[in-house]
Write a protein that binds this ligand. Structure first.
Ligand SMILES: [Zn+2]
Length: 140
């Protein structure tokens, strides 16, 4: 993927969810149809933590069912950094398990910044991996 194009409404929806989740990290997934991002699934941070996240498994399952029904694709997994830059933390890299864009919304500055990364590992159980940025384009 050369870039991740986000409709402005999608970007705003993600940022709003992240702001509402403070002081904890917030998370969710986005779905695309024919390469266009069409939907934000806001999820509960099962870790309820300001420094880490995990998608609520029941909500994740329900979202993936919806993706199947609608024939949508998983376009990315997003979470917020409330005080740090929009860059994967060592924990984010360690926990990465999928070849999907990992989108990070940083609330450290106003306005929020959104960046996306692919995390490349030889084995998904590896603690470390290569971080490759995917340019994010917000389309208004
Ligand atoms: Zn993170």
């Amino acid at each position: 993927m050369r870039e991740l194009r986000l409709p402005e409404a999608v970007a705003e929806d993600m940022v709003a969810h992240c702001l509402e989740g403070r002081p904890n990290e917030a998370c969710g997934i986005i779905a695309s149809s024919d390469g266009e991002v069409v939907k934000v699934f806001r999820m509960t941070n099962a870790d309820a933590s300001p420094v880490r996240y995990s998608l609520d498994t029941r909500e994740q399952f329900a979202a993936y069912e919806k993706l199947d029904q609608e024939r949508w694709d998983l376009a990315g997994v997003f979470h917020s950094h409330t005080r740090t830059d929009a860059f994967p933390s060592p924990t984010d890299v360690r926990e990465a398990r999928e070849d999907v864009p990992y989108i990070i919304v940083s609330l450290a500055q106003d306005p929020a910044t959104i960046r996306a990364f692919r995390i490349v590992k030889e084995n998904w159980t590896d603690a470390e991996g290569d971080i490759q940025e995917i340019p994010v384009v917000v389309e208004g």
